[in-house]
Design a protein around this ligand. Structure first.
Ligand SMILES: Nc1ncnc2c1ncn2[C@@H]1O[C@H](COP(=O)(O)OP(=O)(O)OP(=O)(O)O)[C@@H](O)[C@H]1O
Ligand SMILES: O=P(O)(O)OC[C@H]1O[C@H](OP(=O)(O)OP(=O)(O)O)[C@H](O)[C@@H]1O
Length: 564
């Protein structure tokens, strides 16, 4: 027997535990000084209670207890605080300012999130206050907590959901279209957003505003740009309050750490006003997030305005580990020292612009077009077309990381590369948390279901008799999603190449594979049964790099420019 902890769970040894403890104390002190009092919530909740809040931040671990109740390990603390305020504290006038340090537990959602399944969340909830001062207090406290932890060069991306909600409601577009737009915003998929906004469903001025909004970014001037974009359409909902909040944060000296960014629109159904996400250089995923969720407490029976944030202690530790040594505390004593060093936070931000931009470049059939696209966008691609066995080509200001196309999503999602190129098929298969920015148009191919020509009746008979068929593919996730939609039971066999061999040798009845010229299907006497999707190459970026590294936006514009 191997005595190992379950995947995603681990022991914390003393050196690290001491630093965590010290950091936790510093943050708790910081929250305490602002009048936030501690609370604790139970590890387990009845599943229905969590679901009543309308938003599950991540898939929870679930099990039945001996009384037959379906219980969940808390994936988040906010829902529990909402439940607590509307039940135990019902009738008490408030406002309440709560802080917590609690473990949360999350089932892995995809292969891409092979990471920890137990995290320590530190956060606050301010219940019963609303308006710009309360929002600024929440965002300001997040900044203070990150500074307290010694996180260098962090950025807080802030937006407000009212503007997009108003644009969607008044666009005259049907609910299904609005839902697709929201999905594109949630997934940070600018390519899908452009396609939707060009399809003529929404009135042109609204479509233009909806596609432009998440591209506006910057300081105070960005709020002005949003205003000019949406005020002719009568959609400035929440913008005045947002601007007031921004001014309060700028007055508090936070202008350098804050970036107005309307692409930060995840959990749209849940947030009702300001939203904030915290990013640090060198870290693939956000440190934490928060926002205003004025409607959530009503779901538990008592309506009160509310706002809060949480960040993960593990992410904060990782941010320090990837920061330059000047702003990285190495032990507990250094945490306090970092706190006292006002020059430290700037160092990592400076380091970001000094280090080369890392681009994942696919080898194989997309390689030549990728190099041509990057060169047309103005990058120095010298040596990239003939790298030999060298896997990283370093040119001034840029590192090209040569990857297998199916690996590009992992390199970018985990922050090993800032951005990259691969087929839409690879992105759909991996389902990574990245920002899809440009459809590069090359590498066009179609995903099809195919079977030996003339085998249709026998495959159908096979399915009728056995209730399942075998399908071979290199893309099990795309294939299983397709058959789920089709309502058909299949056994999927994952192969790594020459997929067409599977039905020819009797290993499987059908395949789901790429076709471009159709030559391979034709030469192997296979016929197309159905179309699954079409794919072209995409330029995409790490969510964190996209929001804090201006070079990604520049490269996006250059790639779009050269396409035009
Ligand atoms: N025959 C084709 N014509 C056009 N584009 C294709 C064709 N085959 C694949 N593609 C596109 O190019 C991408 C890369 O394909 P390629 O054959 O180079 O790598 P792969 O073998 O699929 O990936 P890996 O080496 O990572 O397993 C595919 O994901 C798809 O988007
Ligand atoms: O329609 P066509 O132009 O003939 O292209 C289709 C072929 O291209 C891809 O294979 P790839 O070249 O990537 O080799 P693989 O089978 O080893 O993955 C795909 O899997 C098909 O086999």
């Amino acid at each position: 027997m191997n005595f190992v902890t379950p995947a995603g769970f681990r022991d914390v040894l003393s050196d690290e535990a001491r630093v965590r403890e010290e950091m936790t104390r510093s943050v708790q002190r910081c929250f305490d000084e602002r009048g936030y009092v501690p609370i604790e919530t139970p590890t387990l909740e009845v599943m229905d209670v969590l679901q009543a809040g309308g938003r599950m931040p991540a898939a929870p671990f679930k099990f039945f207890d001996s009384q037959g109740d379906l219980l969940a390990m808390r994936p988040d603390v906010t829902l529990q605080v909402a439940r607590m305020c509307s039940t135990r504290l019902k009738g008490q006038p408030g406002p309440f300012r709560f802080r917590y340090t609690q473990r949360v537990f999350r089932e892995a959602e995809s292969e891409m999130q092979a990471a920890a399944r137990e995290l320590t969340q530190m956060g606050i909830e301010c219940i019963g206050e609303s308006g710009p001062a309360a929002d600024a207090e929440m965002v300001g406290l997040l900044a203070e907590a990150l500074r307290t932890c010694g996180v260098g060069g962090f950025k807080l991306a802030i937006g407000t959901v009212g503007v997009l909600r108003a644009l969607l409601e008044r666009s005259g577009a049907p609910a299904e279209w609005r839902e697709l737009v929201l999905q594109a915003y949630h997934a940070s998929n600018f390519v899908d957003l452009d396609v939707l906004c060009a399809d003529g469903t929404a009135a042109p001025a609204f479509a233009d505003a909806i596609r432009s909004l998440p591209r506006i970014r910057g300081g105070k001037q960005a709020i002005g740009e949003v205003r000019s974009l949406v005020s002719p359409l009568g959609c400035i909902d929440g913008l005045d309050a947002f601007e007031e909040t921004y001014d309060l944060l700028a007055d508090a000296g936070l202008a350098e750490s804050i970036v107005v960014d309307f692409s930060v629109m995840s959990s749209f159904d849940y947030y009702t006003g300001i939203v904030v996400e915290a990013y640090a250089p060198g870290l693939g995923a956000p440190l934490g997030s928060g926002g205003r969720y004025d409607n959530m407490l009503a779901a538990y029976g008592q309506s009160r305005p509310a706002a809060g944030f949480a960040f993960s202690l593990e992410q904060v530790m990782a941010a320090q580990a990837s920061a330059p040594s000047a702003c990285r505390p190495v032990d507990a004593a250094d945490v306090a020292e970092t706190l006292a060093d006002p020059s430290a936070p700037a160092t990592a931000a400076e380091a970001l612009s000094e280090r080369p931009l890392r681009i994942a470049v696919p080898k194989g059939s997309l390689n030549a077009d990728t190099i041509a696209a990057l060169a047309a966008a103005g990058l120095d691609t010298t040596g990239l077309d003939d790298p030999g066995r060298q896997l990283i080509i370093s040119n001034p200001g840029v590192d090209f990381i040569i990857v297998r196309p199916t690996d590009a999503p992992a390199f970018v999602a985990l922050g090993a590369a800032d951005c990259g190129i691969c087929g839409k098929d690879s992105l759909l298969e991996a389902d990574p948390d990245v920002v899809e920015l440009v459809d590069l148009k090359f590498g066009a191919c179609r995903f099809v279901v195919a079977e030996p020509a003339g085998a249709g009746p026998s495959v159908e008979e096979h399915y009728r008799r056995l209730g399942s068929i075998r399908v071979a593919t290199k893309y099990p996730n795309i294939t299983s999603a397709y058959y789920r939609r089709a309502g058909m039971q299949v056994e999927i066999v994952k192969l790594h190449g020459n997929i067409e061999l599977a039905p020819l040798t009797g290993m499987a009845e059908r395949i789901v594979d790429i076709t471009a010229t159709g030559t391979t299907l034709r030469e192997n006497n296979l016929a197309i049964v159905d179309e699954v999707l079409a794919s072209t190459a995409r330029f995409f970026a790490n969510a964190c790099a996209f929001r804090i590294d201006a070079r990604i936006v520049e490269l996006t514009e250059a790639l779009q420019g050269s396409l035009r």
